[in-house]
Design a protein around this ligand. Structure first.
Ligand SMILES: [Zn+2]
Length: 367
């Protein structure tokens, strides 16, 4: 199994791996030092660290809520990774049906509402709910019950995530709601636009009232832009199959060919990614990147089998192009062989998919 780099593996639940990114440890250290700097004793520092850990346990539950809801619609989640800014569940795709997407997006914030409700019941039942007078006089968060702080934090998480702008769950909720009335690409574009307007309002008010709003606004603005681009890319490919971008004409190389031959084909024509075959069977793939690297480090007489990639993904013409593209991005693959009934019929190149995306976007830009 391939483990993620720079992340600490925590464990696995329901087939989904959980990781903590190393930068998260900086956050823990920072909180401890912050307390020390303010002259608090080590217990206050520990309180802060335990609180953050409890809060991030809630974030994990939030992400699992998304992932397990998606699982009900047959969508797998590769992993959940915790970053200092929050958690990210890498869903392999989002459901096409707006109703399902709505539920997957709402599942996360709904989990925080449930946690807050449980804490509220607990605080009331144990008589630990602070009264208004105590709330007003509390100088530090630590003066208030731990559970009460956690309840407030979960309410904040639910509200923050429901901001209708794209990196947030609220952006997906908005897009899903719009998708009931229009096609997905248009809904994505409108949702992204609303998110960016909202972000500018945040930045504007942030300058006058609270500087944190400026940061949140910038975060949303940049996120809405890149997420919208990514979402548009994904939605453009919906409905296409591998056969729509299948290249039937290509020059196969054999493992014994040397780098010089591949370089010659590269310079002669349009081809820059190659399939390496022997006896009609694919043995590997060779991209321009490996070719140039091999040429520089090993020389032009080196046989191709020494530099080709053997971790390629085999496709079939009927496969969903959107899923294939996501998988190619995730595996950093630029070329895949396509087999039909076990026979090699062609290949798919990432550049071809990118061209299809550009053409489709141009055709939809006047909707
Ligand atoms: Zn979420």
């Amino acid at each position: 199994m391939k483990r993620k780099k720079l992340s600490l593996y925590l464990g696995k639940f329901s087939g989904i791996e959980i990781y903590i990114h190393w930068t998260f440890l900086i956050l823990i250290a920072w909180i401890f030092l912050l307390h020390a700097e303010m002259g608090h004793d080590w217990r206050a520092g520990l309180w802060g660290v335990v609180f953050i850990l409890a809060l991030f346990a809630c974030v994990v539950l939030h992400e699992f809520s998304h992932a397990l809801t998606a699982q009900r619609y047959g969508i797998r989640t590769r992993d959940i990774t915790l970053y200092p800014i929050g958690g990210i569940a890498s869903l392999e795709s989002m459901p096409e049906k707006p109703g399902q997407e709505l539920l997957v997006a709402l599942a996360g914030p709904a989990m925080n509402v449930v946690i807050a409700a449980i804490l509220w019941i607990y605080l009331r039942a144990t008589g630990k709910m602070p009264e208004l007078g105590i709330l007003k006089n509390a100088k530090h968060l630590q003066d208030l019950p731990f559970g009460f702080n956690l309840m407030l934090a979960n309410i904040a998480l639910a509200v923050f995530n429901l901001i209708p702008a794209f990196p947030m769950d609220g952006g997906r909720v908005l897009r899903a709601a719009l998708s009931f009335r229009m096609d997905r690409i248009k809904a994505t574009r409108i949702a992204a636009g609303i998110g960016q307007i909202l972000a500018m309002v945040f930045v504007f008010f942030g300058f006058f009232y609270n500087f944190w709003l400026v940061f949140i606004g910038l975060f949303i603005y940049l996120g809405a832009g890149s997420e919208a681009a990514f979402e548009t890319t994904k939605s453009v490919l919906a409905g296409f199959k591998v056969r729509d971008v299948l290249m039937r004409r290509f020059t196969p190389l054999s493992p014994g060919d040397n780098i010089e031959k591949a370089v010659q084909i590269l310079l002669d024509g349009q081809e820059h990614d190659f399939l390496v075959t022997a006896n009609e069977e694919v043995k590997g793939v060779l991209t321009r990147k490996e070719l140039i690297h091999g040429l520089a480090s090993l020389g032009q007489s080196t046989p191709i089998f020494r530099i080709m990639r053997t971790d390629f993904t085999i496709l079939t013409p009927e496969m969903n192009l959107q899923e294939v593209y996501m998988k190619m991005l995730a595996n950093d693959a630029t070329v895949c062989p396509v087999l039909e009934n076990g026979r090699l019929v062609g290949m798919v190149d990432k550049d071809n998919i990118s061209e299809l995306i550009l053409v489709q976007q141009a055709m939809h830009s006047n909707d």
